[in-house]
Design a protein around this ligand. Sequence first.
Ligand code: NAP
Ligand code: GLV
Length: 315
Amino acid sequence: MSTFLFVTPTWDGQLWAGEMRKAAPAMNVRVWPEMGDPGTIDYVAAWLPPPDVVRSLANLKVIFSLGAGVDAILKDPTLPENVPIVRVNDPDLTMRMSEYVVLHVLMHHRQQRRLDENQRKGVWDSFPTHAASALRVGVMGLGVLGQDAAKKLALLGFKVAGWSRSPKTVEGVQCFSGAGGLDTFLARTDVLVSLLPATPETDGILNRGLIRKLARSGPFGAPVLINAGRGRQQVEDDILAALDVGELHAATLDVFRSEPLPATSPFWTHPKVTLTPHIAADSDPAVICEYVARQIADYEATGKLSNLVDRARGY
Ligand code: NAP
Ligand code: GLV
């Protein structure tokens, strides 16, 4: 019988363990800190593990991230070097993210915040609207999530482009890549969506310099920013300043440099900001445990794993 350990100090480990027992009834499931003999653990699922816990598991075969992002695991400087890390790539999570991106692109496109405000004030203002084809959306990160969101936006009629590290071909999406492709991508973008991972290279990428390179010829005269990637990508003072002087028309932010967002953050009350508490694509414990159980079954049958993390790239 294999033994599985959850190390999730900021999440309800017992809830996850319950779902794992349903997904893999033959598995011996434990929850840190009640982990028993560390040498008996075969698999670990971790999110913000305290240093040295994962390292102490001397016979560990695989480390699982319970989300698509792996920054919460790679943050542990004591992680054992030779154990593979698997992240989540599941249609449930991907669909949730695409719902979020489509919702917020449409919300800005159809000026829903302005309509809500008018309704509150009892104002009948049938201002002119524009077609989806008038709006150029640019998706930073053309991975599992970025590609799916980009394709769904293209189906709705938006002019969609994407930007990634390596060159891509995505039907209906104009693809740019690398440092050389960034400025051209930004110059044609009215609504910028970030679905990048948190890595040293993407740290602070959403800054004033980048915002100033976005298109200003779109229907709103200034660009819109939607970030559902990671908060570390944001230079938050730059975003606030850009909103205040009109360099940004509006922003939807799901992620922040500090989470939970401190009560003192100006984002809470900024009239041009729509914020959500890192829920763009929630990890559903039942779905993710089934995914992890399938990966373990495949691994035990064939020795193969999918959706492996490249530690050198950081995602
Ligand atoms: P993924 O499949 O690994 O895709 C990452 C994409 O980013 C790839 O296209 C990659 O380029 C690109 N990229 C990485 N570093 C880059 C750089 N320096 N310059 C340009 N492009 C770069 O990841 P995913 O599954 O789509 O998830 C993306 C991220 O979404 C996660 O890492 C996580 O941070 C975030 N997320 C947020 C939530 C939420 O609820 N807010 C939920 C899930 C995930 P290549 O294709 O060339 O490798
Ligand atoms: C959530 O943020 C994830 O990485 O899945």
